[in-house]
Design a protein around this ligand. Structure first.
Ligand SMILES: NC(=O)c1ccc[n+]([C@@H]2O[C@H](COP(=O)([O-])OP(=O)(O)OC[C@H]3O[C@@H](n4cnc5c(N)ncnc54)[C@H](OP(=O)(O)O)[C@@H]3O)[C@@H](O)[C@H]2O)c1
Length: 238
């Protein structure tokens, strides 16, 4: 009897959690495809598609190539919290609308573009699972601390994007599961400046986070579509 091989697509997979996911699934003998702005790291077992995100038709070509592997699970990992230009704002007095626009570009527009290009596929692929990496700080209901304006606002917008898409896809493919997921605080360059005062045990390695997200993905069902999930599978408020 032939057993079909799990196929996984990781978008934004060159670093941190995305790369750890790619390596986790490759280690589990899945067929793994990565779409990234970066050139291939020449790792065995990864189908690497470079998308510099310079034009929609080129991104469409890369997505079409990725879909020839018929992914069962798709992760969208793109996201920026800080860069050389700006750290997260402590107060609205520090808000720079240019930085806010950049966070929207990376945290909302990039996932939105890929979701648009994946739409036809996820509307017809049986039991397809799509997990967009969001953040608990993007939950409006969970926000008790304030601050981090650009990141919170853009992740909240991503959450609405996921919720909205889950409704539209749900009308056409009753077996699809589309969720946002908070990966938990993970040791990557994104969290590096904020790791000093974390409670013991909160910081996970990227490999451990990949295992946790893969476990949530494995158990994901269409009934959960439209939810924002924590790394342990718990439902978070949008
Ligand atoms: N680390 C944490 O503690 C934590 C906590 C909560 C949520 N998250 C979320 O988890 C996801 C992965 O984060 P990470 O910790 O793995 O961070 P990371 O190592 O910085 O990776 C972020 C990914 O985002 C993509 N990216 C970066 N700049 C971009 C740009 N200008 N345009 C388009 N894509 C860009 C990159 O994809 P390519 O270079 O491959 O294109 C990269 O692989 C993010 O969405 C983040 O918000 C992380």
């Amino acid at each position: 009897m032939t057993q079909s091989v799990l196929s996984v697509l990781v978008i934004g997979g060159s670093s941190g959690i995305g790369m750890a996911l790619a390596q986790h699934y490759a280690g589990a003998k899945a067929a793994v495809t990565v779409i990234s702005r970066q050139s291939s790291p020449q790792l065995p077992d990864l189908n690497w598609l470079q998308d510099p995100l310079t034009s929609e038709p080129f991104s469409a070509e890369m997505v079409a190539k990725a879909l020839t592997y018929q992914p069962d699970i798709i992760f969208i990992c793109n996201g920026v919290l800080h860069d050389s230009q700006a750290m997260p704002e402590k107060t609205i007095r520090q808000l720079d609308i240019g930085v806010l626009a950049q966070r929207f570009a990376t945290n909302v527009q990039v996932p939105a573009l890929y979701l648009k290009l994946l739409f036809a596929y996820i509307c017809k692929q049986p039991a397809v699972k799509l997990l967009a990496l969001s953040a608990k700080v993007g939950s409006i209901g969970d926000n008790a601390l304030g601050g981090w304006y650009s990141y919170r606002i853009s992740k909240a917008a991503l959450n609405m994007l996921i919720k909205n898409l889950s409704i539209e896809v749900g009308r056409l493919n009753k077996t699809a599961a589309i969720v946002g997921i908070h990966p938990g605080t993970t040791d990557t360059q994104l969290s590096a400046p904020f790791q000093q005062n974390l409670p013991a045990g909160q910081l996970q390695s990227a490999a451990a986070t990949a295992r946790r997200l893969a476990s949530v993905a494995a158990g994901l069902s269409a009934g959960q579509s439209g939810q924002l999930l924590n790394w342990d599978g718990r439902v978070l408020p949008w």
